[in-house]
Design a protein around this ligand. Structure first.
Ligand code: FEO
Length: 398
């Protein structure tokens, strides 16, 4: 794949990782692979914005070499330390040892502790600019979106925002732009990315977008460092981020459970019937056979969640516990919730679920529903009514 000219004299020189199936260790499933986007700006001075994951360094250097001699690079802008974007910097600096590395103070600290290089580093902060000739690079610090070192680069001439991880998606494709790919797949991957990487920082997301709006920066294109570039309607992803950050979601209910001998599953399915009878969309997920990253993405788009588990050793089943921990960590905004589950000689699971849902910041809108042993006909009807009532609450919740 050759380099792609994104705008006049601005080239995508990144790499497509078709085969990666896990990110951040094994915490994020990347069913559709990913890309590491690096951008080369050719002007009186030449700048490389971000690089690629180390194993793809050669691929990036070949692309750069099709445009210029890499030794001519004057600036390497590191918007973010994480190795999927900085991994190839040392290879570039071997070819262009005179190049200045640009980043925040935290970035400098992070790059030094990763690569131990004696590099010419220029620390920048919000509002600082570097003149390339026709274009100027402007920097905006974005701490904790999603690391302390993170920043955005902006080019006024093209109204181009280069926000590194923000607005990205893990999507490997031979296409580079939003108007060239399936919109549903694109937004699904963008939502999964937000839910798994940025959800916890939603307050900061809102504040940073407001700050950029106050700076009056016109944005015609957003070129993140993963996935495709937003050029058709870049505000679409900004508006989606604001929606997700505010906890706005559709009338959808996620029913998440695990079951030992099938009783909790019977309860879950009866609840799904009750929810459906109210015309509310629902998604049923059994934890041990489902992907955690996909479930978190479903939760982002759901107004309510029902969590069920059989009781074992006075607690929840082993696959339920990490999901509850994950929700406590992400602290989803503006969700309603309830618990359910079956038990044998002693209960306990629903109490743990309720405590976890509350710690995650969700509003418990009904006492937990429990069933001893196997649900009989009356109890199945209660489960149906439980789902129905919960669906009514979802339709009334703003
Ligand atoms: Fe894509 Fe935070 O690295």
């Amino acid at each position: 794949m050759p380099p792609i000219e994104v705008l006049e004299n601005i080239f995508w020189v990144g790499a497509v990782d078709w085969n990666v199936r896990h990110f951040h260790g094994f915490t994020y499933s990347t069913h559709r692979g990913t890309t590491y986007n690096a951008y080369l700006i050719v002007d009186e001075k030449t700048a490389l914005i971000d690089s690629v994951y180390g194993p793809f360094a050669e691929e990036m250097i070949v692309r750069i070499s099709e445009i210029i001699d890499p030794s001519k690079i004057d600036y390497v802008v590191a918007n973010h330390v994480e190795t999927d974007h900085s991994g190839a910097i040392q290879e570039i600096l071997k070819l262009a040892p005179q190049a200045k590395v640009i980043g925040t103070a935290r970035c400098k600290e992070g790059l030094q502790k990763h690569y131990f290089g004696n590099w010419d580093f220029q620390v920048v902060k919000t509002g600082d600019e570097i003149n390339l000739g026709e274009r100027r690079l402007k920097f905006i610090e974005t701490p904790m979106l999603h690391w302390p070192d993170s920043m955005f680069t902006y080019i006024e001439k093209d109204a181009l925002l280069l926000p590194n991880d923000a607005f990205g998606q893990h999507l490997a494709t031979s296409k580079r732009f939003d108007d060239e790919v399936d919109e549903k797949i694109l937004m699904d991957e963008a939502a999964k990315y937000y839910a798994n990487i940025l959800w916890l920082f939603s307050s900061l997301v809102i504040r940073k977008i407001e700050e950029i709006q106050k700076l009056g920066l016109k944005i015609s294109m957003i070129a993140p460092s993963h996935g495709i570039i937003w050029r058709g309607n870049p505000m679409k992803i900004v508006e989606a981020y604001l929606r997700w950050a505010r906890g706005e979601a559709g009338r959808k209910i996620l029913v998440v459970y695990d079951t030992m001998y099938g009783s909790t599953e019977k309860m879950a399915k009866a609840m799904v019937e009750g929810i459906t009878s109210e015309g509310v969309e629902t998604v049923l997920v059994r934890l041990p056979v489902s992907d955690r990253g996909d479930i978190i993405k479903e939760l982002l788009e759901a107004k309510g969640i029902l969590v069920g588990s059989s009781t074992i050793n006075s607690g929840v089943l082993p696959d339920v516990a990490p999901f509850l921990e994950e929700m406590k960590g992400l602290r989803p905004r503006n969700k309603i919730a309830a618990a359910f589950g079956s038990y044998g000689w002693g209960g306990g699971a629903v109490k743990i679920i309720e405590e976890s849902l509350e710690k995650a910041g969700m509003e418990l809108v009904a006492p937990a529903l429990t069933v001893k042993w196997v649900p009989d006909k009356d109890e199945m009807q209660k489960c149906f009514e439980f789902g129905k009532k919960f669906a009514k609450k979802v339709t009334k919740t703003k």
